[in-house]
Write a protein that binds this ligand. Structure first.
Ligand code: ACO
Length: 433
C-alpha cells in the first residue's frame, strides 16, 4: 500500500540473489523520493538495514520540512524566518499542532485555557521537595512531566472531542510552571505561583526570577527574545526526541508519558544538551586562554568535538543558527551589555568555515551554537538551557504524538540483523571455566 498522503512515483526493481522484487516509489510534497519497503520482507524474506535510521523515512509526516542541503526549515509549509519575524510562540504552537495558523478566536480561546491550567496541583508542588538541591532540572522536568499523568487523569484517554486540546493546553502551560519550579528547587529558592495577568513568556520569566517580596519586570526585548527562542525550537521533524515521543506514543502511552520520554531523549549532549556543551566549551576557552587555533587542532585530531557544529540533517548553515547569530548581538546591544563569549564564537565560526576539515565534512553552526548567547542575555542559568529547549519543543512533540494518534499508527517496532552467538546449550555453573 502506498501510504496515505504521498504521491505514487512508479515502481523500483530490487534484484536479490534469487528474486526480483518490485517496490513502490513514493514522492513527498517537496519532491522527496522514497522506496516503500513495507512489503519487502513479506515478499522476499529480506529486511533493510540502516543503523541510526539515517536513510530511513520512518513516517510520512505533514508537520515540518527540512532541506538539509539548502538549509531550509518550514513549519507546516511556512518558512522559519517568517515565523521568527511575525509570529508568537503560542500561535506557532497551534500552527504545528493543527496544521494552520489559528483564527483570532481560536488563539484567544487557547490562551484562556493556558491561563486556566497554569497552576500545578498542590500535591505536585510538594513532590519538588523530594528532589535534592543538586538534582538536575532536566531530571526533575522529565519526572514531573510524567507525574502530570497522575494529576490529570481526566485527559489521559482521548475519547471525547476537546480532550486532546485540553491535554495539549495543560502540557504547554504547565511545562513552564514545572520548569521554573525545577530551577527554583535546584537553587533553593521559594516557588512562585504563575500570574494569570501575564502572557506566556512574561509569566515564565516571573516564575523564574520574581521573589515573594520583589516583582521582576523583564525588559520587553528579553520577553521577545524568549518568544523567538521558543519559536525556533518548536519542531524539527524526526529528530531523536520527536522520534522517541512517536515511538512511545505508538504503544498507546498517554501524551504526558510520551512527552516525558521526549525530555529524556533531548537531554543528551549530542541532541538538546549541546546548548550547555557549547557554552561550557566557550567558557573553557575564555577562562583558560586557550587559543582558538589550538582548540581547532584538537578537534581535528579528534581529541574533542566542537559543540554547536555539525548536524545529522543540515549539511549547510542551520537557518535557526542564522537567525540567532543576527539576533543575539542586537539583544545584547539593546541591553547595553557585551559578552566575550560571543566574540569567541564568531571568531571560531569564521576560522572553521574556512578550514578544510569543516568544509569537507559540511560542518556548519547548528541552532545550539548561538542559542546560549541569547539565554545568557536573558539571565537564564546554564543548567536550565536544555530545559528551555524542552519548553520550546513541547508543541512539536504534541504535534508528533497527535499525528501518531490520529493515524492510528501500528506500534513502532524496528527489526534487527542479529550478530550474537548461534544456538548453544546452557552450561551449569559448576561446569563453567
Ligand atoms: N566537531 C568535530 N568533528 C565533527 C563534528 C563536530 N561537532 N561533527 C561531526 N564531526 C566529524 C566526525 O568526526 C566525522 O568525521 P570523520 O568523517 O573523519 O569520521 C564527520 O564529521 C561526520 O560526523 P558524524 O558523527 O558521522 O556526523 P553525524 O551526522 O552522525 O553527527 C552530530 C551529527 C551528532 C550533531 C555531530 O555533528 C556532533 O556531535 N555535533 C556536536 C554536538 C552538537 O552540536 N549537537 C547538536 C545538534 S543540533 C540538535 O540536536 C538540536
Amino acid at each position: 500500500m502506498t501510504n496515505q498522503g504521498a504521491q505514487s512515483g512508479g515502481m523500483a526493481r530490487l534484484q536479490l540473489p534469487n528474486k526480483e522484487v518490485e517496490l513502490p516509489i513514493v514522492i513527498g510534497t517537496e519532491d522527496e523520493h522514497a522506496i516503500d519497503v513495507t512489503k519487502l520482507r513479506g515478499e522476499s524474506g529480506y529486511i533493510t538495514l540502516d543503523e541510526g535510521y539515517r536513510n530511513t523515512g520512518s513516517v510520512e509526516s505533514k508537520i515540518s520540512f527540512i532541506d538539509g542541503e539548502k538549509g531550509i526549515l518550514r513549519y507546516r509549509g511556512i518558512p522559519i524566518e517568517q515565523l521568527a519575524e511575525h509570529s508568537t510562540f503560542i500561535e506557532t504552537a497551534l500552527l504545528l499542532i493543527y496544521g494552520d495558523l489559528p483564527t483570532a478566536d481560536h488563539l484567544a480561546q487557547f490562551r484562556d485555557m493556558l491561563i486556566e491550567h497554569e497552576n500545578i496541583h498542590e500535591g505536585m508542588r510538594h513532590c519538588f521537595q523530594g528532589f535534592p538541591p543538586t538534582g538536575h532540572p532536566m531530571a526533575i522536568l522529565s519526572s514531573m512531566i510524567n507525574t502530570l499523568s497522575c494529576y490529570n487523569t481526566d485527559v489521559l484517554r482521548m475519547e471525547e472531542e476537546g480532550t486532546f486540546e485540553n491535554a495539549a493546553a495543560r502540557l504547554i502551560s504547565k511545562i513552564r510552571t514545572v520548569a521554573a519550579a525545577a530551577y527554583r528547587t535546584s537553587s533553593g529558592m521559594p516557588l512562585m505561583y504563575p500570574d494569570p495577568k501575564l502572557a506566556y513568556c512574561k509569566n515564565f520569566l516571573h516564575m523564574m526570577f520574581s521573589l515573594p517580596n520583589r516583582a521582576y519586570e523583564p525588559d520587553p526585548d528579553i520577553v521577545r527574545a524568549l518568544s523567538l527562542f521558543l519559536i525556533l525550537h518548536a519542531d524539527h521533524e524526526q529528530n531523536c526526541s520527536a522520534a522517541t515521543v512517536r515511538m512511545v506514543g505508538s504503544s498507546g502511552a498517554n501524551l504526558f508519558a510520551s512527552c516525558a520520554a521526549g525530555v529524556c531523549a533531548l537531554w543528551g549532549p549530542l541532541h538538546g544538551g549541546a546548548n550547555v556543551a557549547v557554552i561550557e566549551q566557550l567558557q573553557r576557552i575564555h577562562a583558560s586562554g586557550t587559543s582558538i587555533k589550538e582548540l581547532i587542532e584538537r578537534v581535528k585530531r579528534k581529541e574533542e568535538r566542537l559543540f554547536g557544529f555539525g548536524h545529522g540533517v543540515y549539511k549547510n548553515y542551520d537557518p535557526r543558527a542564522h537567525i540567532l547569530r543576527d539576533h543575539a548581538p542586537k539583544v545584547l546591544a539593546k541591553l547595553g551589555r557585551q559578552d566575550p563569549l560571543l566574540d569567541i564564537a564568531r571568531e571560531l565560526e569564521e576560522i572553521c568555515l574556512s578550514d578544510d576539515y569543516f568544509i569537507s565534512r559540511n560542518l556548519y553552526p547548528n541552532v545550539d551554537f548561538y542559542s546560549g548567547m541569547l539565554l545568557r542575555a536573558m539571565g537564564i542559568p546554564v543548567n536550565m538551557y536544555t530545559v528551555m529547549f524542552a519548553i520550546g519543543r513541547m508543541p512539536g512533540w504534541i504535534a508528533q504524538w497527535k499525528e501518531v494518534h490520529d493515524n492510528q499508527s501500528r506500534i513502532y517496532r524496528p527489526r534487527q540483523v542479529y550478530t550474537g552467538p548461534p544456538l548453544r546449550d546452557y552450561v551449569p555453573v559448576e561446569q563453567r571455566a
